[in-house]
Design a protein around this ligand. Structure first.
Ligand SMILES: C[S@@+](CC[C@H](N)C(=O)[O-])C[C@H]1O[C@@H](n2cnc3c(N)ncnc32)[C@H](O)[C@@H]1O
Length: 324
């Protein structure tokens, strides 16, 4: 049930959810009903489709359909459910405690309000969570991987996120890493103010709204650096997708090294377009000669062993590291 729970939490498309033989046992039918009831109000249509697939599997097996599953399937909330429009937000819970760990309860999951089917809206691509953020979040919250990509660790460090979007990356550190190895401060930045309206709600969903750890600030790449604190580590995901913003982005990172004592920047990038990635690497060579490398990469994220779902079509994801 762990994997199906994590996939439901993440709203993995139903076609990718494999209903294994063991999850149709009577006990697991009851558990599934409980799980669906706790999510139903956010996206009943999703669960209508899941239950259809589940019941088809039951019909092909020797297992009996429980009254509880039947009652839920014919509940008007499910029966009358309509597909959410692409701009209606859903509440998605991500298991990002390292690729193979399961988050048992909400205190270990990152809860994000987002519009997963909207690529861009209100002049930002930051109202849905992108694959590189999922990948880097899992890496930063897995102690074995973390010590490879940040040898000095994150404990008691000030971290700044560039282009935070929905906030998964920073919130994963605040909810998971910070619990056992406390951080000093997290500064979430983005160029879009719309993103921050959403981030305020997301902080509340994660019980982090009154936490002193997290600070939010607008930061537009290439514009004046208004950050007050010294920064130890910069993190970012999926911010290298447009060749026009790569130069100002590198300028901002260079200024953080020059004026804010930055020691290391980790930028996760999905290789969607090789020309754009080549431009990014050219800019890295111009701004940070002999100071950058690809510190970790995954050629085929969809085939990774992971509690978190990556679609089979996800292109390669690379983590670029830039040092002082
Ligand atoms: C593809 S989204 C990635 C969001 C998030 N990091 C993730 O991976 O889910 C890119 C983010 O960069 C922000 N962004 C784009 N251009 C920017 C700029 N010039 N200055 C600051 N932020 C920018 C967008 O508002 C958006 O939130």
């Amino acid at each position: 049930m762990d994997k199906i729970q994590s996939f439901i939490d993440q709203r993995v498309p139903i076609k990718y959810i494999n209903i294994e033989d063991d999850i149709i046992s009577y006990d697991n039918q009851l558990e599934l009903v409980k799980l669906i009831n706790s999510h139903i109000d956010q996206n009943a249509y999703y669960f209508k489709n899941l239950l259809s697939k589940y019941i088809k599997k039951l019909e092909l097996s020797n297992e009996e359909l429980s009254d509880e599953v039947y009652d839920l399937f014919v509940d008007p909330k499910i029966l009358n459910a309509k597909e959410l429009s692409p701009d209606t937000p859903d509440i998605i819970k991500y298991h990002v405690n390292g690729f193979t760990s399961i988050a048992k309860d909400d205190s270990n999951k990152v809860i994000i309000k987002e519009t997963p089917r909207l690529i861009s809206g209100n002049n930002t691509t930051g109202l849905r969570t992108w694959e590189a953020a999922l990948y880097l979040s899992n890496c930063l919250n897995d102690q074995n991987i973390l010590q490879h990509i940040i040898p000095f660790g994150l404990e008691n460090k000030t971290i700044l996120e560039l282009g935070c979007g929905t906030g998964l990356l920073s919130l994963s550190l605040a909810k998971i890493h910070h619990k056992t190895r406390p951080l000093k401060k997290i500064i979430m930045t983005d160029g879009s103010m719309t993103v921050f309206d959403n981030v305020q709600e997301v902080l509340k969903l994660n019980d982090l709204e009154s936490d002193n750890l997290i600070h939010c600030q607008q930061l537009i790449w290439g514009e004046e650096l208004t950050i007050k604190s010294k920064i130890d580590v910069v993190i970012a995901a999926d911010i290298t997708y447009d060749s026009r913003i790569l130069r100002p982005l590198c300028q901002t990172i260079a200024e953080l090294f020059q004026y804010k004592d930055l020691k290391l920047a980790l930028i996760a990038a999905t290789v969607r377009n090789i020309d754009t990635i080549n431009c990014w690497e050219e800019e890295l060579n111009n701004w940070f000669p002999n100071r950058w490398e690809t510190t970790k990469s995954e050629k085929d994220p969809g085939s990774m062993k992971s509690m978190c779902f990556f679609s089979p079509n996800t292109p390669e994801i690379r983590i670029y590291s830039i040092e002082i």
